[in-house]
Design a protein around this ligand. Structure first.
Ligand code: NAP
Length: 486
C-alpha cells in the first residue's frame, strides 16, 4: 500500500499544469502547484505582443490527451493557446490546485523532505518537487548606454505595455529573432515608421499558415480519428523532419531547410540591396530557425527601414547608431530574447549535504537526461538542461519527461526506496556523450544563439526526437542512486 506522498510543482505553465494532470492520473492528490505570477500559462501569459503565435502546428502543440478541434489556424495565435491551457487545466481539475503569486525562493532538502518557502513567507514541505519553471522566462534587457534617458516608451517584448498605442508612431524594434519577426509583421500597417535594428540577419522559413475552415473544425469535432491522423502526419512531416535534420549538419533535411530559406528570401525580397542586407552569413537553422510568413513583405513597405549599423546609445529622442545617425523614435520594443540558461535560478536550491545549485552547475547547467541531478533526491526538472527545445512541440517533450519522473517517483511510492536521484557517474557520462554528439549538429556551425551556454555548447538535445522518446520510455535503474531510509 502506497503511503500518501506530497508533491509540490513549481510553475503553472504548460509543463507544470501537465504535471498536475498526470499526478492526478496516477492517483496522487496531495499536491500544490506554486506559480509566481498572477495567472497560469507561463510563456503564453507573459507574451502578449501583437502577432504572437506558435510556429509549431497547433494540432501537435496540444496535449496528447486533450486534442482541440477548435484551433483556428495551422499556427494558432498566442491568446488561443493561453485559453486552451486554462480550459485544459480546468477540465482536468488542476486549475484550482494552483496557488498564484507564490514565488518559490527557497527549496532545501532536509530530514528526508523538501522544505520550501515563497517570497511572501509561505512555507511548505514535500516528498517530491517537480520543477517546471520554463526556459524563455527572464527577459534579456540589453546593456545599451542611455536606455534610461529615452523619453519615449520602451519595453521588452515579453512585457508588452498595452497602454501604449503604436498607431501613427515611429517605432523601433531591436532584434531579429522569432519574436521581432512576428511583431514587425503585425504592426507595420499601424505605425507611421518602423525601424528594425538588426544586429544579425535571420534565416526565415515560410510557415504557410492557413485558417481551418468551419467544415474542417466540424470534422475534428465529430471524428476523433481525424485529429489523430493529422498528428501522425505532422509528426512525420514536421517533428521528425526538423529533429532528424538539425542534429546532423550534413543531412538532406538541413539542405532542404537551407534551400527553402534561401528561396524564401530570394523570391520575396525584390530589391537586391535590401535582399543582401537581410541575408545571413551563417547556415540556416544554426540559430533557432524562424518560421514565419509576411516578414519580408513587411520590410518592403515604404514605412519600414532596416538598420544594420550597430546601436551606439539611446538618447532622449531615439537611438543613435555608430554611423552617427539619430533614429528618432516614439516607442522602442526590445525583442532581445531571454536569459535561457537560468532555469529555476535565482531560487535558493540546496540538496543533500548542503550542496547548492551553484555548486552543481557553476555556469553550465547540466542534469541526467535533463531531469535529475545527483544529491538532489526526489527533485525532477521538466524542460531542464539539454531538453529537446528545437522547432518541434515542447508539449510532447514535457509529457515524456513528466512520465519519466513519475516512474522514478513510483520507486519511492512503492517503498522500494525513499530517495532517488541520478548518480554522479551517470550524469557525467550523459553529459560527455551530449558534448561529443553536439559536434555533428547544425547549432555549432558558426553562429551566436541563445542555445549556446557559457562554454559554447548548445543546451539542447543532440539526437533525434525518436531517440528522446526511447530514452524516456524506461529508466536505466543502474543510473540511479536509490536510498532507503534507515
Ligand atoms: P532571440 O531569438 O534570442 O533573439 C533576440 C534578438 O535580439 C536577436 O536578433 C539578437 O541579435 C538581438 N539582440 C540581443 N541583444 C541585442 C543588443 N544588445 N543589440 C542589438 N540586438 C540585440 O529572442 P526571441 O526572438 O524572443 O526568441 C526566443 C525564442 O523564443 C525563439 O528562438 C523561439 O524558440 C521562441 N519563440 C517562439 C515563437 C514561436 O512562434 N513558437 C515565437 C517567439 C519566440 P543576435 O542575433 O545578434 O544575437
Amino acid at each position: 500500500m502506497n503511503r500518501e506522498h506530497r508533491v509540490v510543482v513549481i510553475g503553472a505553465g504548460m509543463s507544470g499544469l501537465l504535471a498536475g494532470i498526470r499526478l492526478r492520473d496516477v492517483g496522487i492528490e496531495d499536491f500544490t502547484i506554486y506559480e509566481k505570477a498572477d495567472d497560469i500559462g507561463g510563456t503564453w501569459r507573459d507574451n502578449t505582443y501583437p502577432g504572437l503565435a506558435c510556429d509549431v502546428p497547433s494540432h501537435v502543440y496540444s496535449y496528447s490527451f486533450a486534442p482541440n478541434p477548435e484551433w483556428s489556424q495551422r499556427f494558432s495565435p498566442g491568446p488561443e493557446i493561453h485559453a486552451y491551457l486554462e480550459q485544459t487545466a480546468k477540465k482536468f481539475g488542476v486549475y484550482d490546485r494552483v496557488q498564484l503569486g507564490k514565488d518559490v525562493t527557497r527549496c532545501e532538502w532536509a530530514d528526508g523532505q523538501w522544505h520550501l518557502e515563497t517570497a511572501d513567507g509561505t512555507t511548505d514541505r514535500a516528498d517530491f518537487v517537480i520543477c517546471a519553471t520554463g526556459v524563455l522566462v527572464k527577459p534579456r534587457i540589453p546593456e545599451i548606454p542611455g536606455l534610461d534617458d529615452f523619453q519615449g516608451d520602451v519595453f521588452h517584448s515579453a512585457r508588452w505595455d498595452h497602454d501604449v498605442s503604436l498607431a501613427g508612431k515611429r517605432v523601433g524594434v531591436v532584434g531579429t529573432g522569432s519574436t521581432a519577426v512576428q511583431i514587425v509583421t503585425a504592426v507595420i500597417e499601424e505605425v507611421s515608421e518602423l525601424s528594425l535594428f538588426q544586429r544579425t540577419a535571420q534565416w526565415i522559413m515560410p510557415g504557410a499558415n492557413q485558417d481551418y475552415s468551419e467544415a474542417e473544425r466540424e470534422s475534428f469535432r465529430t471524428d476523433a480519428d481525424a485529429i489523430t491522423a493529422l498528428r501522425v502526419e505532422l509528426d512525420r512531416s514536421f517533428t521528425m523532419q526538423f529533429s532528424d535534420a538539425l542534429t546532423d549538419e550534413s543531412s538532406a533535411g538541413v539542405k532542404m531547410i537551407e534551400d527553402r530559406c534561401r528561396e524564401h528570401l530570394e523570391g520575396k525580397v525584390l530589391d537586391p540591396v535590401l535582399r543582401e542586407r537581410l541575408r545571413p552569413d551563417y547556415r540556416a537553422a544554426c540559430k533557432r530557425l524562424v518560421v514565419a510568413d509576411g516578414f519580408y513583405e513587411a520590410m518592403q513597405q515604404p514605412n519600414a527601414s532596416l538598420v544594420t549599423d550597430a546601436i551606439d546609445r539611446f538618447e532622449p529622442h531615439g537611438v543613435r547608431t555608430r554611423d552617427g545617425k539619430l533614429h528618432e523614435l516614439d516607442v522602442v520594443v526590445l525583442a532581445t530574447g531571454f536569459h535561457a540558461h537560468d532555469f529555476m535560478r535565482p531560487m535558493n536550491l540546496t540538496g543533500r549535504n548542503g550542496r547548492t545549485l551553484d555548486d552543481a552547475w557553476g555556469d553550465t547547467p547540466r542534469a541526467y537526461r535533463s531531469i535529475s541531478m545527483p544529491d538532489f533526491p526526489n527533485f525532477f526538472m521538466i524542460v531542464g538542461p539539454h531538453s529537446p527545445i528545437g522547432n518541434f512541440s515542447l508539449i510532447e517533450i514535457s509529457e515524456l519527461q513528466v512520465d519519466f519522473a513519475l516512474q522514478l517517483m513510483e520507486r519511492v511510492r512503492s517503498g522500494a526506496c525513499s530517495e532517488i536521484c541520478a548518480t554522479a557517474a551517470a550524469t557525467t557520462g550523459f553529459n560527455q556523450s551530449i558534448q561529443e554528439a553536439m559536434k555533428d549538429t547544425i547549432w555549432v556551425t558558426g553562429c551566436q544563439s541563445w542555445y549556446l551556454d557559457a562554454n559554447g555548447v548548445p543546451a539542447t538535445w543532440p539526437w533525434s526526437v525518436q531517440r528522446f522518446r526511447d530514452t524516456m520510455a524506461t529508466p536505466i535503474w543502474g543510473d540511479f542512486e536509490q536510498v532507503s531510509a534507515t
